[in-house]
Design a protein around this ligand. Structure first.
Ligand code: CS2
Length: 473
């Protein structure tokens, strides 16, 4: 595929792609990576540092590989802000592998001497953690398989452990593994999972990894709604080429990375990445404010019949709910120097209100069991430990519980999209649902607030429940 046919208004790669090396292996090459980290590696390439081409890995289906190979790895990022849209063609992704088809190719890519970074966006469930204990979920069949043999790894920690074993055997130590998922302490969680698998095979490998490989924590932020056919048609009209691998996103992009690397890395600070000693406060602020509100909006809006986030915050009661949730969660934060919570909230509300993104509530509602603990349960726990009430946070949790019924307030049926959907479907009542997500320790006051909101949701619906909070501030 050639970019020469594109209109002048589209930014295209100007570096020599044939000279780009494969410095990054990215696990989970979905839309988020293509709209976030890949644009940073693109900036490094554009600045003349050609070490940072990306080998993407799809962990499930060959669809992304098929789309991207057909267009030589090139794809468009469409940045939408109200009526305006800017387009940029990204050339950083050189190839896409499909892990279930050829796990050995993924292991070899991680083991290759040119590879200096392994980055990941595999979603919360990709870490295969038992959230209560923090260890790997040994009841998971793929985890059990990787603990028994690493010949053809099936899990993310297994692929990484096997790739690192190749490096150890070849004597090429330095490498950094960067988790970019919305989990607190994501680097440490991933490291523990990789060490657990490595140790099951060879304790000396685990020691080697512990000594040589860095797993910094990171916080990533950019809203990237799933691409629709309509988005592709609109882009085709604009650039005259059909791009099936396009992604759409907002102007905002943030990447905060713990400054603890092993081996080479791009000059990340030059491309807007914030390097810091302490990512935790950034993670907590983002997870509890942005993602916490998102989950509340997803369930309450979804029950109400809002297809999109911007519809929910267009209503004064919707905004009031978000503000009330932020008031509760913000009180649990120790904001990092450099984060002004009031202006962050203002900016977040504007991002949620962006009508041109068309961010589906259904997309955010997926995998609630993996998301609620860090987004809503953690601030509830902290508030209760300090004797503070929970109201909007409790409503958000109750809405997730009501969501498990699989019907909207208008009676439309949907399938609950969650890796433990079966367990959730058979869990009856507040206590059982809390236990299913490792939150059975929260106190009676919080449970009472959740139960009261759940009752209101069941009897009067989400709109009434949201309105009942409308006067909070
Ligand atoms: C969203 C996130 O789907 C979700 O759970 O809350 O994907 C959110 O859009 C990103 O974290 C924004 O950085």
């Amino acid at each position: 595929m050639s970019t020469s046919v594109l209109p002048d208004s589209a930014a295209v790669p100007t570096y020599d792609r044939s000279q780009v090396r494969r410095g990054v292996v990215h696990l989970g090459i979905g839309a988020f990576h293509r709209a976030h980290q890949a644009t940073i590696f693109e900036a490094a390439l554009a600045a003349g540092d050609l070490r940072w081409g990306v080998v993407g890995v799809s962990l499930r289906s060959p669809a992304v590989r098929d789309q991207m190979r057909a267009q030589d790895g090139l794809y468009t990022v469409v940045v939408r802000d109200d009526d305006a849209a800017q387009v940029q063609v990204i050339g950083a992704v050189l190839d896409v592998l499909v892990a279930p088809e050829d796990p050995k190719a993924v292991v070899a890519a991680i083991g290759a001497p040119d590879t200096h970074l392994v980055t990941l966006t595999v979603t919360e469930k990709g870490y295969k953690l038992d959230r209560a204990s923090g260890s790997l979920d040994r009841t998971d069949a793929d985890v059990a398989r990787d603990l028994a043999s690493l010949d053809a790894p099936r899990t993310v920690p297994g692929l990484i452990a096997a790739g690192l074993a190749v490096r150890r055997a070849a004597g090429i130590a330095a490498i950094t593994v960067l988790s970019c998922d919305n989990l607190p302490h994501n680097g440490a969680l991933l490291r523990a999972g990789v060490l657990e698998i490595a140790c099951a095979h060879d304790p000396a490998l685990a020691d080697w990894i512990a000594t040589n490989v860095a797993f910094p924590a990171t916080m990533v932020d950019r809203i990237v709604p799933a691409t629709t056919d309509d988005d592709i048609i609109k882009l085709t009209e604009r650039i005259g080429v059909e791009d099936r691998a396009m992604v759409k996103t907002e102007p905002f992009l943030q990447w905060v990375v713990e400054d603890r690397f092993s081996g080479p890395r791009p000059d990340l600070a030059r491309f807007g990445v914030q390097l810091t000693d302490a990512v935790g406060p950034w993670e907590d602020a983002k997870l509890r404010l942005l993602n916490g509100a998102h989950s509340g909006i997803a369930y309450l809006g979804g029950l109400t019949g809002d297809d999109f986030v911007h519809e929910f915050v267009a209503r004064p009661e919707g905004r009031a709910f978000v503000d009330a949730l932020w008031n509760e969660s913000a009180a649990t934060l120790t904001p990092p120097a450099g984060l002004d919570v009031a202006s962050y909230r203002e900016q977040l509300m504007a991002r949620f209100a962006n009508p041109s993104l068309q961010h589906r509530t259904r997309q955010i509602a997926a995998d609630g069991s993996q998301k609620l603990p860090q987004r809503l349960i953690a601030p509830i726990r902290e508030r209760r430990a300090r004797g503070l009430p929970v109201d909007a946070l409790a409503l958000a949790v109750a809405a997730w519980m009501r969501w498990q019924a699989g019907t909207t307030d208008a009676g439309d049926r949907f399938v609950v999209d969650d890796p433990i959907a079966d367990r959730l479907a058979s869990a009856r009542g507040v206590d059982a649902l809390l236990a299913a997500i490792g939150a059975d320790d929260i106190d009676a006051t919080a449970r009472g607030a959740i139960a009261a909101h759940l009752h209101l949701l069941q009897t009067s619906g989400a709109r009434a429940a949201v309105a009942s909070l409308g006067t909070q501030r």
